[in-house]
Design a protein around this ligand. Structure first.
Ligand code: 5GP
Length: 111
């Protein structure tokens, strides 16, 4: 069954799109924790980082390239975080792999 991100990818739920190609969608997070908070979502339905296989290595490189491009467009290339929460203990709530691109303020140390 599709998650909320699967439904957004399928166009069944709205989202503010920042970037899209055949493999990746980037949208604004609905509850931003910083002035820039974008979710970079591989369209392939992979639950989380731990479920990635070697065949997905190219996808990860592309996620990084998309993050770099958006960081430049948003003017935050001097300081941002790109992170994924893997599993409930890490706070993952949507079980469709996604990466948070966070910046636009001084982020400080990781908790
Ligand atoms: P996680 O906790 O799984 O790492 O991150 C899920 C993120 O998705 C959260 O930051 C949450 O605010 C965001 N989110 C949840 N539902 C929606 C939605 O329907 N639209 C958008 N744009 N973001 C969502």
């Amino acid at each position: 069954m599709s998650t909320v991100f699967g439904l957004i990818i399928q166009g069944k739920l709205p989202a503010k799109k920042i970037f899209e190609n055949e493999r990746i969608l980037a949208i604004e997070d609905i509850h931003p924790v910083a002035p820039v908070h974008i979710l970079i979502i591989p369209k392939k339905e992979i639950p989380n980082l731990q479920s990635l296989g070697p065949e997905d290595a190219g996808l990860l490189s592309e996620v990084v390239a998309v993050a770099q491009q958006i960081a430049e467009e948003k003017g935050i290339e001097e300081g941002y975080r790109l992170l994924t929460n893997n599993g409930p203990d890490a706070g993952q709530t949507v079980f469709h792999l996604h990466f948070h691109l966070i910046g636009g303020r001084v982020l400080g140390k990781m908790a």
